[in-house]
Design a protein around this ligand. Structure first.
Ligand code: SAH
Ligand code: SF4
Ligand code: F3S
Length: 483
């Protein structure tokens, strides 16, 4: 993950992780130019690289300059209202571009496309193409239809699609660290969440194709892979992607590859290839996974384990299927098996339906208990069609939501400070990712716990491992020198 610095999240009053990524130039003479801008999570950023790959085979190359594009794709996010508003504003802006250039084709991809479907075409007249996350193979056909003067929509979700055979063009990458999607969709139905509706049913990709992709990356010089999924711990493979069939096969005694098995297979490629993963759901995170992490030095000691709330009644309303005690037991297991140094981060939602002041305090006390290294923090945003929107009233006033969120943010800042302070005086193994953002005299990389570490460059280079003695820190990064 292009680590979103906790500063951005903490300081931004709106506390949104709404990163935007634009794919860089990669067009050749004679190709039509495609501009792709992506919002939301890493899954979307990775999907955009698959889209670029599909389109390249049909004569399109990417441009980072929207003004010169023949085709503009917005890969959208629906997770919170603000994420959708951002896209609406962007479309307003594109409207003026289209007035100057009527032949410009505009496509909306991703979660918002899936949520709104043909409604998008009615609401936003400038949109020509609406495509859901499982229909990217169809994009060249859809563009052809628009070339012929029609509008085009494909929002079919699939139980099998994993794009396993499409090699993403790794345009977002620094050449050191890459993402590999190991599964798609989500079957969890957390009551606040739109993802099961926009991304469809859970399905896993074959371990052979995942391991092959990781091996290829390693031979190209990559030194870190992050295995990606909405809920990686429920990864399961018994011969095919479809989860229903997989469960049936397992029930009939067919051996299955679990997430712990997969993690081990990737870790064994080379001790010089670091392995990370995201995201883990507390209900599925097994001791087996923790033991596998402990067994391999190259599996990074960092777990993103979103809790959402520290109160069991609220967790029940959220349909998270675990309670406070269960979560604490999982944290204790991490500390028991991987030790105090394992990095832990979380997602938190403030002001969920009917949350009382005391229940909010439970979130704060849980944070104190866990001592999170950092967190992504949000106030509850009701999403149309979700279980919570249908069953519960969004009854916490905005100013209360924001105040509670601020308390969570302030506490996290204190905890991050304390966790960073512990690192001072310690030596960390860092994989160098490139120059630091501020200076060409400094390099930056991450330690096993996923913290950014900055140090004077000396004779070191991107892609190398170095041991760095941490001497100081800021809110978001550790500072040090190579020893
Ligand atoms: N699959 C991941 C989460 C993906 S969404 C998981 O289960 O952990 C990322 C985060 O956005 C969630 O963890 C949650 O904290 C937040 N989120 C999701 N829906 C939200 C909503 N309706 N309002 C506010 N935050 C939300
Ligand atoms: Fe959403 Fe829950 Fe699935 Fe995460 S696990 S994507 S929060 S439904
Ligand atoms: Fe957003 Fe869809 Fe990701 S809703 S967070 S882009 S899965």
């Amino acid at each position: 993950m292009d680590l979103i610095s906790d500063i951005d999240i903490i300081i931004d009053e709106k506390v949104e992780v709404c990163d935007t990524k634009i794919l860089p130039d990669n067009f050749k003479a004679g190709q039509r130019k495609l501009y792709i801008e992506s919002y939301g999570c890493q899954m979307n950023f990775s999907d955009s690289e698959i889209v670029a790959s599909v389109m390249q085979k049909h004569g399109f190359g990417t441009t980072s300059n929207v003004e010169e594009a023949d085709l503009v794709f917005l890969n959208t996010c629906s997770i919170r209202e603000k994420a959708e508003q951002t896209v609406r504003f962007r479309l307003d802006h594109l409207n003026s571009l289209k007035k100057k250039k009527p032949e410009l084709i505009i496509g909306v991809l991703g979660c918002m496309a899936e949520r709104l479907k043909t409604k998008f075409l009615e609401e936003e007249k400038i949109v020509d193409i609406v495509v859901g996350p499982d229909a990217y193979r169809d994009l060249p056909n859809l563009v052809e239809r628009v070339d012929e003067g029609d509008k085009a929509v494909n929002v079919l979700l699939s139980r099998e699609e994993t794009y396993a055979d499409i090699a993403p063009i790794r345009l977002n990458s620094n050449g050191v660290s890459a993402f590999i999607s190991i599964m798609r969709g989500c079957d969890n139905m957390c009551s606040f969440c739109v993802v099961p509706f926009t991304r469809g049913r859970e399905r896993s990709r074959s371990p052979e194709s995942i391991v092959q992709e990781a091996k290829d990356l390693f031979s190209q010089g990559y030194r870190e892979v992050t295995l990606l999924g909405q809920n990686v711990d429920s990864y399961k493979w018994a011969g095919e992607a479809n989860k229903k069939e997989t469960d049936l096969a397992i029930a009939q005694g067919k051996p299955a590859v679990t997430f712990a098995n997969l993690l081990e297979m990737v870790a064994q490629i080379s001790p010089d290839l670091r392995v990370r993963f995201s995201t883990s759901h507390p209900k599925d995170m097994t001791d087996e996974v923790l033991h596998t992490m402990a067994k391999y030095e190259n599996i990074c000691k960092y777990i993103h384990l979103p809790v959402q709330s520290g109160n069991s009644r609220v967790l029940e309303l959220m349909n998270r299927t675990y309670d406070r005690e269960w979560y604490i037991e999982r944290i204790d297991a991490i500390r028991r098996i991987l030790g105090e140094d394992c990095g832990i981060s979380s997602d938190m939602i403030a002001g969920f339906c009917t949350e009382t002041e005391e229940e909010h305090q439970d979130t704060l006390s849980l944070m104190e208990y866990v001592q999170y290294d950092f967190s992504y923090m949000f106030f509850y945003s009701e999403r149309p069609g979700t279980l919570a929107a249908r069953k519960y009233k969004d009854d916490i006033p905005m100013e209360v939501k924001k105040r509670r969120l601020q308390e969570i943010v302030d506490l996290q800042r204190k905890l991050s400070y304390q966790r960073n302070q512990r690192d001072v005086g310690q030596v960390h193994k860092v994989l160098i990712e490139g120059f630091s953002k501020r200076s060409q005299e400094h390099l930056q990389g991450r330690n096993s716990q996923n913290k950014v570490v900055i140090f004077p460059k000396g004779k070191h280079q991107k892609g190398e491992y170095v041991d760095v003695l941490v001497t100081d820190f800021t809110a978001a990064t550790l500072l040090g020198e190579v020893v």
